[in-house]
Design a binder for this molecule. Structure first.
Ligand code: JS2
Length: 263
Protein backbone atom coordinates (compact mmCIF):
# COMPACT_ATOMS: atom_id res chain seq x y z
CA UNK A 1 0.00 0.00 0.00
CA UNK A 2 1.57 3.33 -1.12
CA UNK A 3 2.62 5.88 1.55
CA UNK A 4 0.06 8.37 0.18
CA UNK A 5 -2.79 5.93 0.94
CA UNK A 6 -1.35 5.28 4.46
CA UNK A 7 -1.26 9.06 5.16
CA UNK A 8 -4.83 9.49 3.92
CA UNK A 9 -6.17 6.63 6.05
CA UNK A 10 -4.13 7.84 9.03
CA UNK A 11 -5.48 11.38 8.53
CA UNK A 12 -9.06 10.08 8.26
CA UNK A 13 -8.81 8.05 11.47
CA UNK A 14 -7.26 11.01 13.34
CA UNK A 15 -10.07 13.32 12.13
CA UNK A 16 -12.67 10.78 13.24
CA UNK A 17 -11.11 10.47 16.72
CA UNK A 18 -10.97 14.27 17.07
CA UNK A 19 -14.62 14.51 15.97
CA UNK A 20 -15.77 11.88 18.50
CA UNK A 21 -13.68 13.51 21.24
CA UNK A 22 -15.10 16.91 20.31
CA UNK A 23 -18.68 15.65 20.42
CA UNK A 24 -18.35 13.90 23.76
CA UNK A 25 -16.48 16.89 25.20
CA UNK A 26 -19.25 19.19 23.93
CA UNK A 27 -21.90 17.00 25.50
CA UNK A 28 -19.99 16.80 28.80
CA UNK A 29 -19.26 20.54 28.84
CA UNK A 30 -22.91 21.24 27.90
CA UNK A 31 -24.05 19.10 30.82
CA UNK A 32 -21.52 20.72 33.18
CA UNK A 33 -22.40 24.22 31.85
CA UNK A 34 -26.10 24.17 32.70
CA UNK A 35 -25.29 23.08 36.28
CA UNK A 36 -22.57 25.73 36.65
CA UNK A 37 -24.85 28.33 35.02
CA UNK A 38 -27.69 27.36 37.39
CA UNK A 39 -25.44 27.76 40.45
CA UNK A 40 -23.68 30.96 39.31
CA UNK A 41 -27.07 32.62 38.63
CA UNK A 42 -28.70 31.17 41.75
CA UNK A 43 -25.91 32.33 44.08
CA UNK A 44 -26.81 35.95 43.21
CA UNK A 45 -29.91 35.40 45.37
CA UNK A 46 -28.18 35.13 48.76
CA UNK A 47 -30.80 33.60 51.02
CA UNK A 48 -31.41 30.39 49.02
CA UNK A 49 -30.01 26.84 49.21
CA UNK A 50 -29.08 26.46 45.53
CA UNK A 51 -28.06 22.78 45.96
CA UNK A 52 -31.56 21.97 47.25
CA UNK A 53 -33.12 23.94 44.37
CA UNK A 54 -30.94 22.10 41.81
CA UNK A 55 -31.98 18.72 43.27
CA UNK A 56 -35.67 19.69 43.14
CA UNK A 57 -35.20 21.03 39.60
CA UNK A 58 -33.52 17.82 38.39
CA UNK A 59 -36.24 15.64 39.95
CA UNK A 60 -38.75 17.25 37.54
CA UNK A 61 -37.24 15.75 34.36
CA UNK A 62 -34.24 13.43 35.02
CA UNK A 63 -34.67 9.78 33.94
CA UNK A 64 -38.01 10.72 32.29
CA UNK A 65 -39.22 10.66 28.67
CA UNK A 66 -38.49 14.29 27.56
CA UNK A 67 -41.99 14.48 26.06
CA UNK A 68 -43.67 13.30 29.23
CA UNK A 69 -42.79 16.02 31.77
CA UNK A 70 -46.05 17.81 32.72
CA UNK A 71 -46.19 21.27 34.35
CA UNK A 72 -46.97 19.69 37.75
CA UNK A 73 -43.52 18.05 37.73
CA UNK A 74 -42.21 21.46 38.85
CA UNK A 75 -44.65 21.85 41.77
CA UNK A 76 -42.03 20.86 44.41
CA UNK A 77 -39.57 23.43 42.98
CA UNK A 78 -42.18 26.22 42.82
CA UNK A 79 -43.29 25.34 46.37
CA UNK A 80 -39.69 25.77 47.58
CA UNK A 81 -39.39 29.28 46.14
CA UNK A 82 -42.96 30.67 45.94
CA UNK A 83 -43.39 33.98 44.03
CA UNK A 84 -44.12 36.93 46.31
CA UNK A 85 -47.01 39.25 45.29
CA UNK A 86 -45.55 42.63 44.25
CA UNK A 87 -48.70 44.71 43.83
CA UNK A 88 -48.70 47.47 41.19
CA UNK A 89 -45.25 46.36 39.93
CA UNK A 90 -45.87 43.08 38.08
CA UNK A 91 -45.14 43.20 34.36
CA UNK A 92 -46.25 40.65 31.79
CA UNK A 93 -45.36 40.66 28.09
CA UNK A 94 -45.82 38.97 24.76
CA UNK A 95 -43.35 39.18 21.86
CA UNK A 96 -41.63 42.14 23.60
CA UNK A 97 -39.04 40.26 25.71
CA UNK A 98 -36.03 42.43 24.94
CA UNK A 99 -37.79 45.81 25.31
CA UNK A 100 -39.38 44.67 28.59
CA UNK A 101 -36.18 43.34 30.11
CA UNK A 102 -34.25 46.36 28.87
CA UNK A 103 -36.60 48.39 31.10
CA UNK A 104 -36.89 46.08 34.13
CA UNK A 105 -33.11 45.60 34.25
CA UNK A 106 -32.92 49.31 35.20
CA UNK A 107 -36.30 50.06 36.85
CA UNK A 108 -37.00 47.23 39.29
CA UNK A 109 -38.32 50.02 41.52
CA UNK A 110 -41.26 50.19 39.07
CA UNK A 111 -41.66 46.83 37.31
CA UNK A 112 -40.74 43.15 37.76
CA UNK A 113 -41.24 40.26 35.36
CA UNK A 114 -41.11 36.51 35.89
CA UNK A 115 -37.56 36.59 34.50
CA UNK A 116 -36.56 38.99 37.31
CA UNK A 117 -37.43 36.38 39.96
CA UNK A 118 -34.92 33.75 41.14
CA UNK A 119 -36.34 30.85 39.11
CA UNK A 120 -37.05 32.98 36.02
CA UNK A 121 -33.59 34.55 35.96
CA UNK A 122 -31.76 31.27 36.70
CA UNK A 123 -33.42 29.38 33.84
CA UNK A 124 -33.94 32.15 31.27
CA UNK A 125 -32.65 31.20 27.80
CA UNK A 126 -31.53 27.72 28.97
CA UNK A 127 -32.44 24.34 27.47
CA UNK A 128 -32.54 21.08 29.45
CA UNK A 129 -34.03 17.58 29.38
CA UNK A 130 -33.51 14.07 30.69
CA UNK A 131 -33.65 10.59 29.15
CA UNK A 132 -35.23 7.40 30.49
CA UNK A 133 -32.52 5.17 32.03
CA UNK A 134 -30.08 8.07 32.51
CA UNK A 135 -29.44 10.17 35.61
CA UNK A 136 -27.95 12.98 33.50
CA UNK A 137 -29.20 16.42 32.44
CA UNK A 138 -28.86 17.01 28.68
CA UNK A 139 -28.72 20.36 26.92
CA UNK A 140 -28.57 18.99 23.38
CA UNK A 141 -30.97 16.63 21.63
CA UNK A 142 -33.92 17.97 23.68
CA UNK A 143 -37.40 18.42 22.14
CA UNK A 144 -38.13 21.86 20.62
CA UNK A 145 -40.88 24.05 22.22
CA UNK A 146 -43.56 22.88 19.74
CA UNK A 147 -42.29 19.31 19.23
CA UNK A 148 -44.39 18.04 22.15
CA UNK A 149 -46.42 19.92 24.79
CA UNK A 150 -45.03 18.20 27.89
CA UNK A 151 -41.36 18.95 27.28
CA UNK A 152 -39.22 20.00 30.29
CA UNK A 153 -38.56 23.62 29.20
CA UNK A 154 -42.10 24.40 28.01
CA UNK A 155 -43.62 22.82 31.13
CA UNK A 156 -41.34 24.89 33.38
CA UNK A 157 -42.34 28.19 31.73
CA UNK A 158 -46.01 27.24 31.64
CA UNK A 159 -45.92 26.28 35.34
CA UNK A 160 -43.92 29.33 36.43
CA UNK A 161 -46.03 31.70 34.28
CA UNK A 162 -49.14 30.28 35.95
CA UNK A 163 -47.66 30.71 39.43
CA UNK A 164 -46.51 34.28 38.68
CA UNK A 165 -49.95 35.24 37.34
CA UNK A 166 -51.59 33.62 40.39
CA UNK A 167 -49.95 36.25 42.64
CA UNK A 168 -50.58 39.24 40.34
CA UNK A 169 -52.23 42.07 42.31
CA UNK A 170 -53.18 45.77 42.13
CA UNK A 171 -52.38 47.49 38.81
CA UNK A 172 -50.78 44.99 36.44
CA UNK A 173 -48.91 46.04 33.27
CA UNK A 174 -48.57 44.06 30.03
CA UNK A 175 -46.28 45.07 27.17
CA UNK A 176 -47.56 43.93 23.80
CA UNK A 177 -45.97 44.41 20.39
CA UNK A 178 -47.19 46.89 17.81
CA UNK A 179 -44.78 45.32 15.34
CA UNK A 180 -46.83 42.14 14.83
CA UNK A 181 -50.24 41.64 13.23
CA UNK A 182 -51.84 40.01 16.32
CA UNK A 183 -50.56 41.72 19.51
CA UNK A 184 -52.87 39.60 21.70
CA UNK A 185 -52.47 36.05 20.35
CA UNK A 186 -54.77 33.47 22.01
CA UNK A 187 -52.07 30.75 21.76
CA UNK A 188 -49.46 32.81 23.61
CA UNK A 189 -48.43 32.09 27.23
CA UNK A 190 -49.77 35.53 28.17
CA UNK A 191 -53.22 34.84 26.69
CA UNK A 192 -53.62 31.15 27.45
CA UNK A 193 -51.98 30.87 30.90
CA UNK A 194 -51.55 34.28 32.52
CA UNK A 195 -54.65 36.41 31.66
CA UNK A 196 -57.11 33.68 32.80
CA UNK A 197 -55.43 33.83 36.24
CA UNK A 198 -55.95 37.58 36.72
CA UNK A 199 -58.80 37.65 39.26
CA UNK A 200 -60.68 40.88 40.11
CA UNK A 201 -60.33 39.98 43.80
CA UNK A 202 -56.57 40.72 43.43
CA UNK A 203 -56.04 42.52 40.14
CA UNK A 204 -57.69 45.96 40.04
CA UNK A 205 -56.45 47.16 36.66
CA UNK A 206 -54.63 45.87 33.55
CA UNK A 207 -52.58 48.57 31.82
CA UNK A 208 -51.59 47.44 28.34
CA UNK A 209 -48.55 49.21 26.88
CA UNK A 210 -48.40 48.76 23.10
CA UNK A 211 -44.73 49.05 22.14
CA UNK A 212 -44.56 51.22 19.02
CA UNK A 213 -41.35 50.74 17.05
CA UNK A 214 -40.52 52.20 13.61
CA UNK A 215 -42.05 49.16 11.86
CA UNK A 216 -45.35 49.44 13.77
CA UNK A 217 -48.36 47.75 12.07
CA UNK A 218 -50.68 47.53 15.09
CA UNK A 219 -51.79 49.76 17.98
CA UNK A 220 -54.33 49.88 20.83
CA UNK A 221 -57.22 49.85 18.32
CA UNK A 222 -56.24 46.39 17.03
CA UNK A 223 -59.22 43.95 17.07
CA UNK A 224 -57.29 41.30 19.08
CA UNK A 225 -57.33 43.67 22.06
CA UNK A 226 -61.12 43.36 22.13
CA UNK A 227 -60.55 39.64 22.80
CA UNK A 228 -58.23 40.59 25.65
CA UNK A 229 -60.87 42.94 27.18
CA UNK A 230 -63.53 40.25 26.86
CA UNK A 231 -61.33 37.57 28.42
CA UNK A 232 -60.58 39.71 31.47
CA UNK A 233 -62.31 38.78 34.75
CA UNK A 234 -65.32 41.07 35.36
CA UNK A 235 -64.33 43.97 37.59
CA UNK A 236 -60.78 44.39 36.26
CA UNK A 237 -60.39 47.86 34.70
CA UNK A 238 -58.60 47.96 31.32
CA UNK A 239 -56.44 50.63 29.69
CA UNK A 240 -54.17 50.62 26.65
CA UNK A 241 -51.52 53.18 25.59
CA UNK A 242 -49.41 53.29 22.42
CA UNK A 243 -45.89 54.09 23.69
CA UNK A 244 -42.81 54.61 21.54
CA UNK A 245 -39.84 52.33 22.21
CA UNK A 246 -37.68 55.45 22.75
CA UNK A 247 -40.04 56.66 25.54
CA UNK A 248 -39.74 53.25 27.23
CA UNK A 249 -35.94 53.38 26.97
CA UNK A 250 -36.01 56.93 28.40
CA UNK A 251 -37.96 55.61 31.42
CA UNK A 252 -35.23 52.97 31.78
CA UNK A 253 -32.34 55.40 31.60
CA UNK A 254 -33.80 58.18 33.81
CA UNK A 255 -34.53 56.85 37.35
CA UNK A 256 -35.76 60.35 38.23
CA UNK A 257 -38.84 59.70 36.08
CA UNK A 258 -41.55 58.49 38.49
CA UNK A 259 -42.96 55.01 37.77
CA UNK A 260 -46.38 56.42 36.99
CA UNK A 261 -44.90 59.05 34.63
CA UNK A 262 -43.06 56.59 32.40
CA UNK A 263 -45.85 56.78 29.77
C1 JS2 B 1 -38.38 29.38 26.46
C2 JS2 B 1 -39.23 31.07 27.67
C3 JS2 B 1 -36.86 30.76 27.63
O1 JS2 B 1 -45.76 37.42 30.37
C4 JS2 B 1 -44.67 36.68 29.78
C5 JS2 B 1 -43.77 36.07 30.84
O2 JS2 B 1 -44.39 35.98 32.10
C6 JS2 B 1 -43.44 34.71 30.23
O3 JS2 B 1 -43.07 33.76 31.04
O4 JS2 B 1 -44.61 34.33 29.50
C7 JS2 B 1 -45.15 35.50 28.93
C8 JS2 B 1 -44.66 35.61 27.52
O5 JS2 B 1 -45.02 34.48 26.81
P1 JS2 B 1 -45.78 34.64 25.39
O6 JS2 B 1 -46.99 35.48 25.59
O7 JS2 B 1 -45.90 33.30 24.85
O8 JS2 B 1 -44.77 35.51 24.57
P2 JS2 B 1 -43.53 35.08 23.70
O9 JS2 B 1 -42.83 36.34 23.39
O10 JS2 B 1 -43.93 34.18 22.61
O11 JS2 B 1 -42.57 34.30 24.76
C9 JS2 B 1 -42.56 32.95 24.75
C10 JS2 B 1 -41.63 32.44 25.82
C11 JS2 B 1 -42.15 32.64 27.16
C12 JS2 B 1 -41.54 31.74 28.18
N1 JS2 B 1 -40.09 31.88 28.25
N2 JS2 B 1 -39.45 30.04 26.87
N3 JS2 B 1 -37.12 29.71 26.83
O12 JS2 B 1 -35.72 31.03 27.92
C13 JS2 B 1 -37.96 31.47 28.04
N4 JS2 B 1 -38.05 32.55 28.82
C14 JS2 B 1 -39.37 32.78 28.93
N5 JS2 B 1 -39.94 33.74 29.60
Amino acid sequence: MGWKKKVLIGGGITALIILILGLSLGLTLGRRNIKSTFFSRCEKFKEHDCKKLWDLFEKAYVNKDPCNVPMEAYNPLLAEVPFKPQCNKMMFWSKTKDVVHGLTAKRKDCFVTLEDTLLGSVLDDLTWCGKEGSKDTFTAGCPEWSECVNNPVRSFWNRSSAAFADVACGDVTAMLSGSIDTPFNSTSNFASIEVPRFKASRVKKLNVVMVIQKNAISNCNHPSLKNLRQSLDTGITYSCKDVSESRIQECGSKPEIACGACW
